[in-house]
Write a protein that binds this ligand. Structure first.
Ligand code: GDP
Ligand code: IMO
Ligand code: MG
Length: 427
């Protein structure tokens, strides 16, 4: 079992942090492969709650080496403050490795993210404002700054100049903002070099060597399948590939090394930011899911939009990621509903559709077709085995499994590490 991927099967916030942390004790490396500090992963260990943004959730497991892969965009100020916040709480952060090829988020990316959202007005994406899109745009446009550039002042200056030449025109002429001064950016970035230098490594080499030696590597996705820039609900997506293929490009580990792909799947659906969401509930059931599920963003504090489980999306996640397993989370949140609707298909222009439509126009018109399952009222947070779940909760899980196309190998019944029913081992 050399390498496994753990990723979000919906629109993010499925509980990836908890699932990764749970596995962290049994794996050698946990690697972030895309995204940046737009992610917000909550991990609850005993009575301690941690909110991680850029660091892989494996950082909380003492035997595990956390890695930030080349596919991640790194805001150095955020990284350093996250590291010192954890160190203050007694977490050992010394093993962290950062790819020298990862791109940096600089203050001008954050500025551009915010002004371009404002410029879009009603058509805005509802980004996290963390500079993610502009940093990836620069990477693809070949004017990005990489972690390794921090250690060569002359190259760094040339690259910042090249990037700002164009951006300052845009900022001044299009957005009516003050130009950004090259020297200030270079000085700020150089200030991070000393503190980050010790963490930078050839992570591709480290990870491939580890896999060759039989060590276990876990790739932890940020965001989720429907936020993928290629496979998600474009343009209402993030600017990277959270889907399974991203684990290869974002780390330099080939697909033949990956043996398992685990989709984290919430027992209902949530979404933050703009974009289509067929099962969204704008009524009191939506409010109830939000309140009981604590559905408020870890990164921006925004209320999450809530809705019933959508099996069309789960099937799509199975297909585009080649999922081998699901980890179903937050089943406990559904306790107390007499009946629980589940979306099994869509109706689009009067026709029943079983698969996610590839056309954005069709998806915007998709109306959920619901099947309603009987609920349960017993507290399930203490359940340790599938048999200990009430019969109707068992039936709900079995129905979701049949509809979603991959086995449900674990079930979350609470936020804590041990509030998990493990059905099949992931390792
Ligand atoms: P991530 O971004 O995928 O890591 O998910 P978030 O941390 O943003 O949101 C998931 C929230 O649900 C966090 O507050 C977790 O502590 C919590 N959580 C995870 N699994 C469960 C579960 O099985 N039951 C309950 N009640 N909460 C859970
Ligand atoms: P985790 O890892 C939920 C959403 C934003 C916005 C869109 C684009 O905690 O699951 P961006 O700042 O990435 O350019 O914003 O993506 N988004 C998330 N939604 N969970 C996340 O991360 C998200 N990261 C980005 O709300 O709609
Ligand atoms: Mg989150």
């Amino acid at each position: 079992m050399p390498a496994l991927v753990l990723l979000g099967a919906q629109w993010g916030d499925e509980g990836k942090g908890k699932a990764t942390d749970l596995l962290g004790g049994s794996v050698d490396y946990v690697v972030r492969y895309q995204g940046g500090n737009n992610a917000g992963h909550t991990v609850v260990v005993g009575d301690q709650k941690y909110a991680l943004h850029l660091l892989p959730s494996g950082i909380l497991s003492p035997g595990c080496t956390p890695v930030i892969g080349n596919g991640v965009v790194v805001d150095p100020a955020v990284l350093l403050s996250e590291l010192s916040g954890l160190a203050d709480r007694g977490v050992d952060t010394s093993k962290l490795l950062i790819s020298g090829n990862a791109h940096l988020i600089t203050p001008y990316h954050t500025t551009l993210d915010k002004v371009s959202e404002r410029f879009l007005g009603k058509r805005k994406i509802g980004t996290t404002g963390r500079g993610i899109g502009p940093a990836y745009a620069d990477k693809i446009n070949r004017v990005g700054i990489r972690v390794q550039d921090l250690f060569d002042e002359s190259i760094l200056r040339q690259k910042v100049e090249a990037a700002l030449d164009y951006k300052n025109q845009v900022l001044a002429k299009l957005y009516n903002r003050r130009a950004i001064v090259v020297d200030q950016v270079v000085e700020e970035l150089l200030g991070y070099a000393d503190r980050l230098g010790g963490y930078v490594a050839d992570t591709t080499l480290v990870l491939n060597n580890a896999i060759d030696q039989g060590q276990v590597v876990l790739f932890e996705g940020g965001q989720g399948t429907l936020l993928d820039v290629d496979h998600g609900t474009y343009p209402f997506v993030t600017s990277s590939n959270p889907t399974a293929g991203g684990a290869c490009t974002g780390t330099g580990v080939g697909p033949t090394k990956i043996s398992r792909v685990i989709g984290i799947l919430k027992a209902y659906t949530t979404r933050v930011g703009a974009g289509p969401f067929p099962t969204e509930l704008l009524d009191e059931d939506g409010e109830k899911l939000r309140t009981i599920g604590g559905e408020r963003g870890v990164t921006t504090g925004r209320d999450r939009r809530c809705g019933w489980f959508d099996a069309v999306i789960a099937r799509y996640a199975t297909r585009v990621n080649g999922l081998t397993d699901f980890f179903l989370t937050k089943l406990d949140v559904l306790t107390g509903w007499e009946r629980i609707p589940v979306c099994v298909a869509y109706e689009i222009d009067g026709k029943r559709v079983e698969e996610l439509p590839y056309s954005q126009t069709d998806f915007h018109h998709a109306k959920p077709v619901y099947e309603t399952l009987p609920g349960w009222s017993e507290d399930i947070t203490q359940a340790k085995t599938f048999d200990q779940l009430p019969k109707n909760a068992q039936k709900y899980v079995q129905a979701l499994e049949e509809m979603s196309g991959a086995p449900i190998s674990a079930i979350g019944v609470g936020p804590g590490r041990d509030e998990t029913i493990q059905i099949n081992s992931f390792l």
